[in-house]
Design a protein around this ligand. Structure first.
Ligand code: GLP
Length: 252
């Protein structure tokens, strides 16, 4: 099928990271100028690190992030926030400790405590006015957040079983695959599709097949990222390696 998703291929990933961070900064500034806060959907994963690095640089140059509210896509089940492989620890190390986002405005699904059950998490997003911009990565198996193959388009924040490929990819952070949690809590496909804008970053040859399927397959549960065709404002930022399969025939 013809895609409404814009695929932007850059020669160096840093160009994509800067562009994504710049778009976020402009959004925060323009909403602030009209007295509104910005609600960001954030993602973990190596593809996002450069965006956070750039946002931290912009913060040091004067970008005020004290008014933003952030919702992360997912968290491992049964992993304490202080665990070095938790999504929260990732966000603290790469973003939160470098900027002035207020701790009380930072939400992860599935964490213990008030307001973090799947239903409460969704309610918080609604109360915050909905997500203005959602950052995404993509798994080698085409997952977005932890919506693994088989996920339904109307899925919402929930506990899920992690795919074997996902657990393998996470093994280095947990010392070995045996220690990778079997479950996680993730925003659902429908939750993600409600964001006003969606920006996905994918770099490297290991993502080429998933990117190709996401862009060329009809929306379906086999490649959850293909559901992004159902949204009207999605950009995929790709390096040449991640875009390598796009010249192939449209149907995988
Ligand atoms: C994890 C996250 C996904 C992310 C993926 C890709 O599985 N739950 O949201 O897209 O990692 O990670 P990376 O950016 O390291 O390739």
């Amino acid at each position: 099928m013809e895609s409404s998703i814009q695929a932007r291929v850059v020669s160096q990933r840093v160009e994509a990271e800067r562009a994504a961070a710049q778009e976020i900064a402009e959004l925060v500034r323009s909403r602030r100028a009209s007295g509104r806060s910005t609600c960001l959907g954030l993602a973990t994963g190596s593809s996002q690190i450069g965006v956070y690095r750039e946002l931290a640089r912009l913060y040091r140059e004067g970008l005020d992030l004290s008014g933003i509210v952030t919702f992360n896509l997912d968290e491992y089940a049964g992993v304490r926030p202080a665990h070095p492989a938790s999504c929260r620890a990732f966000m603290t190390a790469h973003f939160l400790r470098h900027v002035n986002v207020r701790p009380e405005n930072v939400y992860f699904p599935g964490e213990e405590g008030e307001g973090t059950s799947p239903a409460a998490f969704e309610a918080r997003i609604r109360d915050a006015g909905g997500i203005d911009l959602q950052l995404l990565g993509i798994g080698r198996n085409g997952h977005i957040a932890f919506n693994e193959p088989g996920s339904a388009p109307d899925s919402r924040t929930r506990r899920v079983t992690l795919a074997e490929a996902t657990r393998l990819d996470a093994a280095p952070s947990f010392a070995n695959e045996g220690r990778v949690p079997t479950h996680a809590v993730t925003m659902g496909i429908a939750t993600i599709l409600e964001a006003a804008r969606i920006r996905l970053l994918a770099f490297g040859a290991s993502k080429a097949a998933a990117v190709h399927c996401a862009l060329h397959a009809a929306p379906g549960s086999e490649t959850p990222a293909s559901y992004l065709h159902l949204h009207s404002d999605v950009v995929f930022w790709l390096d040449p390696e991640a875009a390598a399969d796009l010249a192939r025939s449209p149907s995988p």
